[in-house]
Design a binder for this molecule. Structure first.
Ligand code: THU
Length: 139
């Protein structure tokens, strides 16, 4: 997509910001909040949760999606990633794969920061030719 402002519900940014305040990141000290809008109109949140066994850390985006799934939501229209660094934070590779599972390939993924800097990508821009449930269903 591009770096221009995407019309985002203010509550979605507020939700991502609130999730950011819940981050458990004593090792990296890099706090991340995420919020997604479900097709049914609900907002779901997630933050990064680190672990003393570092590799078990789970990112904000994946916790956001898991939190939604456990609450009965599996379809989303947009996800916001909130951090407080000068540059916005793009999702890591693992999160791109999990986002591709649950979002349409043209759904927006929006990174924002505390200065309201925004960057918008589509899901397929972040992970072209993703491996999705579609491949398994054609088996
Ligand atoms: N992190 C996220 O939560 N989301 C991202 O998109 C990038 C990285 C977290 C994982 C870890 O807790 C910290 O940021 C530093 O990598």
């Amino acid at each position: 997509m591009n770096d221009s402002k995407f019309e985002l519900p203010a509550e979605l940014i507020e939700a991502a910001k609130d999730a950011y305040t819940k981050a458990y990141a004593p090792y990296s000290k890099f706090h991340v909040g995420a919020a997604a809008l479900t097709k049914s109109g609900n907002i779901v949140k997630g933050c990064n949760v680190e672990n003393a066994s570092y590799g078990l850390t789970v990112c904000a985006e994946r916790n956001c999606i898991s939190n939604a799934v456990i609450n009965g939501e599996q379809e989303f229209t947009v996800i916001v990633i909130y951090t407080e660094i000068d540059e916005v934070t793009p999702p890591c590779g693992a999160c791109r794969q999990v986002i591709s599972e649950f979002f349409a390939s043209d759904a927006p993924v929006i990174a924002v920061n505390h200065k309201n800097k925004q960057k918008v990508w589509t899901v397929s821009e972040l992970l072209p030719d993703a491996f999705t449930p579609k491949q398994l269903s054609e088996n």
